[in-house]
Design a protein. Sequence first.
Length: 124
Amino acid sequence: MFAEYNNIVIDHFMTPRNSGIIESYNAEGSYGDAGCGDSLTIYLRVENDVIVDISFLVFGCVAAIATSSMVTEMVKGISLQKAVLLKEDDVTVALGGLPKNKIHCSLIGVFALKNAIQNYYDNN
Ligand code: FES
């Protein structure tokens, strides 16, 4: 099952960072891949336009879980203006690569994050 993944991906899959629902989140965003049925919700705590806390709940494959975990690590503590620039390639590189047939899995993390940021701006 894990043979196709590198150690960074396996680590984030086995011990996902920032999983669950943070208390007092003030924005959330979801994204689902209609093709495979996987879905992700990201929760943000934003203060002064900075993501001070972030968490996620995901239903998905190994790569979906690992990329969700990595996305939360990459944007925690940075401004919304910087976070919104995150691209799926950035996440894939940070993970040390993904199998070709799993590259699309990095999309759900980035899209859910952008939906959460949009949700924050819509309501604040
Ligand atoms: Fe659906 Fe990975 S197979 S996100």
